[in-house]
Design a protein around this ligand. Structure first.
Ligand SMILES: Cc1cc2nc3c(=O)[nH]c(=O)nc-3n(C[C@H](O)[C@H](O)[C@H](O)COP(=O)(O)OP(=O)(O)OC[C@H]3O[C@@H](n4cnc5c(N)ncnc54)[C@H](O)[C@@H]3O)c2cc1C
Ligand code: SF4
Length: 511
């Protein structure tokens, strides 16, 4: 005879007191269950700050639950996986009913479903209401579509949720997308005074976790010295309010800009709080809309920011669940090379890679263009095995959870799914990085040189990529323009580029 108790599982990225599963808890009979799994933190070779953030946020959340008198079992530092710890608990207490919010990660969802069926217990998996779009709504939207593009999905979301649209459903300001206004580099002299994001000194719980992570994961990449992430709801709200008050105004225009020693630029730094569910995307968008009116902010900045949350964040989650598990194996170009060693320590002569990876190791953070057009661009041009690149992104960013990391890396940065939701590969030469940053000024390579001793490896590999895939690019109207500039490079020079690229590709660790 099973116990009448129901177990409410709360995962480390479901830290919302109003979460759908917790709402179902009966204080008299049920129990909350949380697990800090050492195994889970090692399953990917995670950045120390990522492990610390998850564990600290979980412990803060458990403390809030205890203060509110929730009955809770919290397992600290178990060597068991989440599912094995759960199994042990269910069996020990002879529990027959499990409630949880659907895990963001496909693998974990399958494992929990399998466990429930293996133990013959009832499983109630609630929809995660931290998203605007349900899985079914996304599937319905894809029906009959030849091409799955963010832009059309985003317009639907704007209309459906009545965000930046007028009474007739037309876009605020007469256009749906102000992306063209949001691609400026910083002024030649640099970004000037950037309002720093609000950062949080580690409290007692976080200090304890940091000490534990240092002891338990000493060989894992990254540093804990600069750990200042929001670890609870109050801090996450403070970070949101600070962002909309002081930093949102310049977010749009400099969204793509990069500069040394400016790790955050004008970005929001809210992804980890959103992904841990310390913040709800609805309140983030509401705060941005309020600030827009209150401070008469540019519509382009407000639209640009909302597009990231209501558009991209929802879209990649929809694509992840639609295309898993295949998405994790996609390798459109058949790339097989190993990830260069310096991705893990930042010791490379390329100034752009050194800066983007260096700040990643220091903070567990790089902004979108650094991820897409620096580290991602290089990995695609250098023909790195997509799963190795995805493992790196999943390990190294504090906001990395597979549902958002994988579609961005495999789908967007690496074109590993052959353009399922992007019209062409995101590739660029050193000229783009020179235009958008100050990196090239301090680099030993020259962004405009295509081959030879001083040639920028990114530029060489870019042209090599176009030469290699020329026929394919020219066969599609979507990519034909990309090879047009090749016509201006003589056959002899193209031969030099290919030979130099060959050298680079066989000695990637030496760059
Ligand atoms: C190769 C690659 C890997 C990425 N991996 C992750 C990841 O593991 N986790 C993650 O949260 N984001 C990921 N992103 C998306 C994006 O780079 C980060 O969300 C963003 O840099 C986080 O910083 P921010 O909070 O300052 O974002 P802002 O630039 O201030 O943007 C605001 C918010 O919009 C959302 N957002 C913006 N772009 C995207 C996007 N492309 N997909 C989904 N949400 C988006 C985030 O929630 C973010 O907090 C990845 C992008 C690339 C190109
Ligand atoms: S020259 Fe090339 S490698 Fe050096 S910083 Fe510029 S783009 Fe990067």
């Amino acid at each position: 005879m099973k116990s009448p108790k129901r177990l409410v599982l709360v995962l480390g990225d479901q830290l919302d007191l109003n979460g759908a599963a917790l709402k179902k808890l009966n204080f008299e009979t049920d129990e909350v269950f949380m697990v800090e799994s050492i195994d889970e933190a090692q399953y990917v070779w995670s950045h120390q700050a990522k492990i610390a953030l998850f564990f600290s946020a979980m412990r803060h959340f458990a403390r809030s639950l205890r203060a509110l008198k929730y009955p809770i079992t919290y397992i600290e530092n178990t060597p068991l996986s989440i599912v094995d710890a759960l199994k042990e608990k269910l069996q020990q207490d002879n529990i027959g009913r499990l409630i949880c919010i659907e895990p963001g990660e496909w693998r974990l969802k399958q494992q929990i479903e399998k466990l429930a069926s293996e133990l013959s217990i009832s499983l109630e998996m609630c929809e995660d209401d931290h998203f605007f779009c349900t899985h079914q709504e996304f599937i319905d939207w894809t029906a009959g579509k030849k091409e799955l593009r963010l832009e059309y999905f985003y317009r639907l979301m704007r209309k459906r949720h009545n965000i930046l649209v007028d009474a007739e459903g037309n876009p605020e300001g007469g256009q749906w997308n102000f992306d063209q206004d949001n691609r400026k580099p910083y002024p030649k002299k640099g970004p000037g005074m950037v309002d720093e994001p609000v950062l949080f000194e580690p409290d007692e719980i976080t200090q304890e976790v940091i000490a534990f992570v240092k002891r338990t994961y000493p060989k894992h990449p990254g540093s804990l010295e600069a750990f200042r992430w929001p670890v609870n709801r109050e801090q996450a709200l403070e970070a949101l309010n600070y962002f909309v008050e002081y930093r949102l105004r310049n977010f749009g225009v400099y969204q793509d800009a990069m500069w040394t020693d400016t790790p955050y630029g004008w970005h929001s730094i809210l992804s980890s709080s959103l992904n841990l569910k310390l913040l709800n995307p609805r309140e983030v968008i509401a705060a941005v809309l309020t600030a827009w009116k209150k401070y008469a902010l540019d519509l382009s900045t407000v639209e640009g920011f909302i597009r990231q949350i209501l558009g991209w964040r929802e879209f990649v989650r929809g694509m992840y669940y639609l295309d898993m598990p295949g998405m994790a194996q996609d390798n459109y170009y058949g790339h097989e090379r190993a990830l260069p060693k310096w991705y893990w320590d930042g010791k490379t002569k390329m100034a752009c890679m050194k800066d983007a990876i260096g700040q990643t190791l220091e903070y567990g953070y790089a902004h979108h263009i650094q991820r897409l057009m620096v580290t991602g661009n290089f990995a695609l041009l250098a023909e790195i095995l997509p799963s190795a690149v995805c493992d790196w992104y999943l390990a190294i960013y504090v906001d990395a959870i597979e549902w958002v990391e994988l579609p961005n890396t495999a789908g967007m940065a690496l074109f590993a799914n052959g353009g399922r939701f992007t019209s062409k590969p995101y590739i660029a030469s050193g000229a783009y990085i020179k235009r958008m940053s100050n990196y090239c000024g301090s680099c030993q390579y020259k962004p405009d040189v295509r081959y030879g001793e001083n040639a920028c490896p990114i530029t060489t590999l870019y042209w090599n990529f176009l030469i290699k895939h020329r026929t394919q690019f020219e066969s599609s109207p979507r990519t034909r323009l990309m090879t047009a500039n090749l016509k201006r490079i003589s056959d002899e020079d193209q031969g030099h580029i290919v030979a130099h690229a060959d050298q680079i590709l066989t000695h990637l660790d030496d760059l």
